[in-house]
Write a protein that binds this ligand. Sequence first.
Ligand code: ADP
Length: 254
Amino acid sequence: GHGNEYILVAERIVKRFGGLVAVDNATVKIRRKTITLLIGPNGSGKTTLLNVIAGYYRPDGGRVVFEGRDVTGLPPHRLYHLGMARTFQVPQPFPKLTVLENVLLAAKRHPGESFTAPLARGKWLPVEEELVDKAFSILRLVGLDHLWDHPAGQLSGGQMKLLEIARTLMSGAKLVLMDEPIAGVNPTLAHRILDFIVRLRDQGITFFIIEHRLDIAMKYVDYAYAMARGRVIAEGRPEEVVSNPLVIDSYLGG
Ligand code: ADP
């Protein structure tokens, strides 16, 4: 039905830092199996809104509904278990562990279960074998399978971003929140990352993405929201939003 159309609804979100209203009554609705973009000039409240949605900040007003359930104020690890995962602007895998180990570490585990247990045991249990299979198929998808036994610390910046996406997928996330997935990577790799995100969307994963490189990102995106001074000032098809005079003014006005 209609209520099922959105995987996430963040309604009238308010977040203040002291006297500053960083997010001011912002509402965003994310349709299932879409790539939704969040744009706006620096300081417009994008990261803060993402942090409220992902549970890093408790909002001063409004509510967050994920999969039809009010999750306002739940901490990130609870949301992670419900299927919402956030990648970070600066990917921070464990540099001395291999690419494969880093992906495996991102899998949801039962409390008390140690990742190093199979290393101590000297063998993988069947459930762990399943996880390894899954990790390899994700690594193939992002094109890092040939580097599976390399220390993550040896990857390039772009490969680190792919690894971060792989780790997020390993968590089984249904909704992935991303901060600038293509910032600082060359155009070829940027297109590869976005192609990859499109393929995952087609497999049923929903993305909510902050990205500044609109020239590259636009054609991959289904829907866009624009923020300025903490408010949502436009939403719609990406090409409509970026050509909206209010949005253009917000970038020029600073
Ligand atoms: P954007 O991601 O669009 O660049 P942010 O959400 O980072 O914007 O910031 C929105 C406003 O909130 C800015 O004025 C910023 O300085 C302020 N802000 C963000 N995080 C904090 C914080 N932890 N403490 C105080 N002010 C913050």
